[in-house]
Design a binder for this molecule. Structure first.
Ligand SMILES: Nc1nc2c(ncn2[C@@H]2O[C@H](COP(=O)(O)OP(=O)(O)OP(=O)(O)O)[C@@H](O)[C@H]2O)c(=O)[nH]1
Ligand SMILES: [Mg+2]
Length: 402
């Protein structure tokens, strides 16, 4: 089996963020374990219908590919079946697009049963309308290069096979979801406060989770280090805990198949009482990325809850944090400049978290002297935290339920 190592990136855009988008594609390719040999960004308003890049350019690229022995070409958009087929024919290399690359990374990373099912489902749904074009690239994703595209009859069999598999996956996911809802209800009954870490991929969410909870969740300088939702406990007061959840990071133009696939896991995380929106303040694209995250939160209907804006990586030098403070004051978000890596600002954040939830944890009532029934009922039904005899009566502080 031949291992793919080198790739060429193609982009077609005349937008201002085109170069940043290509740089991100390069990061994605590296994350997938590929070596980027060349990047071509063509200034056009829209891709060519037949070959994505213009016909003249395909000729040039063919020579480049031959000369540099490129194994794989990756287009920074979503290709049609026709575009894949035409490009593969003209370039004589396997061709995939940005979405397939991301799906491939997700497939490599997913660990939990649910994550795997979700990624496979997203992959199949994306492949189905592109089967006719996928020759080498499909076999690459499935294992090795070698076989060319399937013939017509094989194609139909494949389609039927994939549709059946999609049905089976959807069924299996339904079961998993039901089980997860049961555990979630159990968790809520525990009366714990919940907060969710959200933010662009590589912002430092998992590092912060580890810092706050003393855990050792995988955190690495790569895109989508975290895929499966993870929950850890942060010790609160009086035996109460804050459950912190970490989940998949956001990305500009995240493929729709993936948003749909991860909607249920994301929604579970986003059902938290509070969101910790983590920003990599040292990233020159940070503001644009913050906007991407806020747009996604909006589309997931999760932007109405309280948000702490966490400006991470402030151990890096020459940062200008003012734009973030401006956004935060407009959107009524509390701001916390921190470094998850060095721990700077993390104690303050922890205290703010405990304060935020303290009000929800404790309730105080005044029971008049002599009202033994009310007092007994409290002791029977509540977890009593404090009892204080005052002039007016007995002040009882108990743990409030959510
Ligand atoms: N300089 C600096 N680097 C940091 C800081 N926090 C995290 N990092 C680094 O940033 C990279 C990404 O950290 P992660 O915690 O994996 O980021 P994440 O948001 O969980 O990323 P995904 O799971 O991939 O979405 C790692 O290399 C961390 O060491 C920080 O405060 N300062
Ligand atoms: Mg992570």
């Amino acid at each position: 089996m031949e291992e793919i190592k080198t790739c060429l990136l193609l982009g077609v855009s005349d937008r201002g963020d085109a170069e940043a988008s290509m740089a991100e594609l390069e990061q994605l390719a590296q994350t997938a374990g590929l070596e980027v040999q060349g990047v071509l960004l063509q200034q056009r308003t829209k891709p060519d219908n037949a070959t994505y890049i213009g016909a003249g350019k395909t000729e040039e690229m063919r020579e480049f590919i031959e000369h540099h022995e490129i194994d794989l070409v990756i287009a920074n958009g979503e290709l049609t079946a026709g575009q894949i087929r035409n490009l593969e024919d003209r370039l004589d290399a396997a061709v995939i697009d940005r979405t397939m690359l991301i799906l491939d990374i997700f497939a490599q990373r997913a660990r939990s049963a649910e994550g795997r099912l979700q990624v496979e489902l997203a992959q199949l749904k994306y492949r189905l309308p592109r089967l006719a074009g996928l020759g080498e690239s499909l076999s690459r994703l499935g294992g090795g290069i070698g076989t060319r595209g399937p013939g017509e009859t094989k194609l139909e069999t494949d389609r039927r096979h994939i549709r059946r598999r999609i049905k089976a996956l959807e069924h299996a996911l339904g079961d998993v979801k039901q089980r997860r809802q049961t555990t979630r209800r159990g968790r809520l009954r525990g009366g714990n406060a919940t907060a969710a870490l959200v933010g662009y991929t590589n912002a430092g969410k998992s590092t912060l989770l580890n810092r706050l909870c003393g855990s050792e969740v995988y955190a690495e300088d790569q895109l989508f280090a975290t895929l499966d939702p993870t929950v850890r406990k942060m010790q609160g007061v009086k035996g109460r805990e804050i459950l912190l959840s970490d989940t998949v990071g956001f990305l500009r133009d995240l493929p729709h198949t993936l948003i749909d696939a991860f909607r249920s896991t994301l929604e579970e995380s986003l059902s938290a009482d509070l969101l910790l929106l983590v920003v990599d303040a040292a990233d020159k694209e940070a503001e644009a990325r913050l906007q991407v995250v806020r747009d996604l939160l909006h589309s997931l209907e999760a932007d109405q809850k309280p948000i702490f804006l966490i400006l991470n990586k402030t151990d890096c030098e020459n940062l200008d944090l003012t734009p973030f403070y401006t956004i935060a004051s407009k959107e009524k978000m509390k701001v916390f400049p921190i470094s998850a890596k060095t721990g700077m600002g993390c104690e303050e954040l922890k205290t703010a978290l405990l304060r935020h939830f303290a009000g929800e944890w404790e309730k105080t009532v005044l029971v008049p002297y002599g009202d033994g029934a009310a007092l007994a009922a409290l002791y029977r039904d509540k977890v009593i935290l404090r009892r204080e005899e005052t002039d007016e009566g007995i002040k009882i502080t108990y743990a409030a339920e959510k």
